[in-house]
Design a protein around this ligand. Structure first.
Ligand SMILES: Nc1ncnc2c1ncn2[C@@H]1O[C@H](COP(=O)(O)OP(=O)(O)O)[C@@H](O)[C@H]1O
Ligand SMILES: [Mg+2]
Length: 401
């Protein structure tokens, strides 16, 4: 089955496009990675997506417009790929995450928070599948995360099955550094997965605000700055980092105002210029490394993907703390396209009626879900399990029950 995957991560940097040929027999899934690229967002639309994210207030009219326009842009990216690479059987769209609802918990009176803190309650990816189907002419699997949340899981990260099948032969941490960073620990007992916290997002925001550039190319700005130990200590004290896996987070927590608010609340000054970039880069490297060491003490290698692999300062911070750091390219999966190929795999599994997450500890899935669920929704809907209709419907007969 030829599957075209479309996705955009929390960085909102581009629409990732990947074409894969998949089949399976006797439990062996084969994914041939045919082509991948990224398509740029229309600049005004990207600006409006970023402007709608927290800490900004937004309104439902804008959410509706974004849903349509993101769907149209994804549809255009899909149509472009079909024109360039040939026909496909199925399109899979992750859409653009605009909110990932994780319970913060209520104070329990004893200085802690209620037990429901950290559970995921909902997640919203925009990009109307109807527009994608209209522009590609193919059925679209979308809304890949909600079913896992409805089964009690985090709904993110969704990469556990791919990592377990691909890297599970020895103790390995798979690490993806997008706007948010996530890990999957495989090859050493039950598969565990979760978001470690910010990947590039806080750094991207600070660099955009401070320099007007979109990101710290190659980590050069951070390399020219000095880590501010006091500011770093305040940021490291965020309770998110101490929470056990599985866990997930997003830009509604680590938003554009997060650093100023956290440091302001502690009465610590925001480091200036390159020192801020150095401090935020260090925050990402430390929180990732500490999460891997805490939960994957026997980890032999760390296989890194996502745009963060191109930040040399960040990668040096990881290499100084973790064993066997390699990029996913070295093992045959392009670092910038891993997530898009992941969604191609998940879409294929869903089309085959197979669950998309790895088994975790006990009876749980790696995401924390209570059961193995088939991920996603299909547009247009598959025929219901009844004899196929042959004639167009022209009359409705209402009968009393
Ligand atoms: N040359 C580079 N140097 C440093 N960072 C980079 C470079 N290229 C991309 N990035 C970082 O990677 C991010 C995009 O990574 P990506 O994996 O697409 O994240 P997401 O999944 O959140 O969209 C950019 O926002 C930027 O922070
Ligand atoms: Mg991206």
């Amino acid at each position: 089955m030829r599957v075209l995957a479309l996705s955009s991560g929390t960085s909102v940097d581009a629409i990732d496009v990947a074409l894969a040929d998949l089949d399976d027999a006797e439990g062996v899934v084969r994914m041939r990675m045919v082509a991948h690229t990224e398509r740029t967002w229309p600049a005004p639309l990207r600006g409006r997506i970023l402007a709608a994210l927290p800490p900004a207030a937004t309104d439902l009219g804008e959410v509706c417009r974004l849903d349509t326009e993101i769907g149209q842009s994804f549809g255009d990216a899909g149509a472009w790929a079909i024109e360039a690479w040939g026909a496909v059987d199925l399109v899979v769209s992750h859409g653009q995450t605009v909110h990932h609802w994780v319970e913060q918990g209520t104070p329990d009176g004893g200085g802690g928070v209620s037990d429901d803190a950290g559970s995921a309650r909902g997640t919203l990816q925009l990009g109307s599948a109807a527009w994608i189907a209209a522009r590609t002419g193919r059925p679209v699997i979308h809304d890949l995360r909600s079913a896992d949340i409805a089964a009690g899981g985090q709904g993110a990260p969704l990469v556990s099955l791919l990592d377990a099948l691909w890297l599970g032969d020895r103790p390995t941490a798979a690490l993806n550094i997008g706007g948010i960073a996530n890990i999957t620990l495989v090859g050493d007992g039950p598969v565990r997965t979760g978001d470690t916290g910010p990947g590039n997002c806080l750094l991207d925001d600070a660099v955009a605000a401070g320099t007007g550039r979109r990101f710290d190319a190659d980590g050069a700005l951070a390399a020219a700055g000095r880590v501010d130990p006091q500011a770093l200590a305040v940021l490291l004290a965020d309770p998110y980092y101490a929470r056990p896996l599985p866990k997930s987070t997003g830009r509604e927590t680590f938003d554009g105002g997060y650093v100023t608010a956290a440091l302001g609340a502690a009465g610590v000054a925001v480091p200036s210029g390159n020192d801020l970039f150095a401090t935020l880069t260090e925050l990402t490297a430390r929180t990732i490394a500490e999460a891997i060491i805490r939960d994957g003490a026997r980890t032999e290698r760390v296989v890194v993907s996502g745009g963060g692999v191109r930040n040399a300062t960040l990668m040096a911070g990881l290499r100084s703390r973790l064993p066997g750091v390699v990029t996913s390219d070295a093992l045959g999966l392009a670092a910038e396209a891993k997530e898009a190929y992941l969604f191609a795999l998940l879409g294929y599994l869903s089309a085959r009626g197979l669950p998309g997450t790895a088994p975790g500890a006990g009876r749980r899935r790696a995401t924390g879900a209570r059961s193995a669920v088939v991920l996603g929704s299909l547009t247009p809907p598959a025929p219901a399990p009844c004899p196929p209709g042959r004639d167009p419907v022209h009359t409705l007969v209402l009968e009393e029950g």
